[in-house]
Design a protein. Structure first.
Length: 249
């Protein structure tokens, strides 16, 4: 039977080299996902080490519990937002962290689950505008697309998405939603198509709507403000000589 890939950890060699986990050390993986990086850390810290694995997506917690079952006495799984890092560690009575990992963005599983609204593939077009990493959160991409004022949408697409046609896309969205609410990824994609010239779309290496979708995803999940609030906490909980790795691309 074909096994479904949840996530393939990026830069595994470099991550382990910089985190440099040693037997008996305490680590926090703030973005546990499928547990790929965590597994590599756990192998290095051995049975006397500990890893706190945090993820705001309960599906990631379930998957990593399965994948890391053989390390269950060494891992503490926490389904929470990493913005609560200091509190999480205080509640667990854990201090003096040796290493912390942030592997930012969405997992392959989140991206490839059409109904979560992250996908630009054909099978994701009927999905509602969602893009929440934590499905318990109320705020969705639908709220941004249908209720943000034009100026805020434009800024979002320019700043977070670096989308050169951000202004035109914002205008097209406003025009369409004056007639009826924009509900699906497919409807949004049609509007982005209308707002961008064909030569721009055909010249792009990746999908031409990637930048707009990324901006929406980052806003839905408040990715930059969350990181801004968490990084100082990470520095506070690390002990002298502790290591911090942040993967972003
Ligand atoms: C790129 S994946 C991590 C993959 C993981 N390193 C692995 O090897 O499988 C990012 C994960 O971080 C989680 N995540 C993103 N932002 C988060 C936040 N603010 N708090 C907690 N988890 C977050 C996502 O739900 C996702 O599962």
């Amino acid at each position: 039977m074909e096994e479904k890939v949840f996530h393939i950890p990026v830069l595994p060699k470099e991550t382990i080299e910089f985190l440099s986990p040693a037997p008996g050390e305490i680590f926090v993986d703030c973005t546990l996902g499928g547990g790929g990086h965590a597994e590599k850390i756990l192998k290095r810290i051995g049975p006397s080490g500990k890893l706190v694995g945090i993820d705001c997506d309960p599906e990631a917690i379930r998957e990593s519990q399965k994948n890391l079952a053989r390390f269950k006495d060494q891992v503490i799984f926490v389904n929470d937002n990493f913005i609560n890092l200091k509190n999480i560690l205080q509640n667990l009575n854990i201090s003096g962290i040796d290493g912390i990992l942030f592997d930012l963005g969405v997992s392959w599983h989140q991206l490839e689950t059409p109904e979560r609204g992250f996908s630009l593939k054909e099978k994701g077009m009927d999905a509602s505008l969602d893009m929440r990493m934590n499905p318990a959160q109320q705020f969705k991409a639908y709220d941004i697309v249908n209720f943000y004022p034009e100026k805020k949408l434009r800024e979002l697409f320019f700043k977070l998405g670096e989308e050169p046609f951000g202004g035109k896309i914002a205008r097209e969205i406003i025009r369409a939603r004056d007639r009826k609410k924009i509900k699906t990824c497919g409807e949004l994609l049609d509007l982005i198509r209308r707002a961008t010239p064909p030569d721009y779309r055909f010249s792009r290496k990746g999908h031409w709507a990637t930048k707009t979708f990324r901006a929406l995803r980052m806003e839905v999940n408040q990715e930059l403000p969350t990181l801004e609030e968490t990084l100082p906490q990470a520095l506070e909980v690390l002990k002298p000589g502790g290591r911090l790795v942040v993967i972003s691309f």
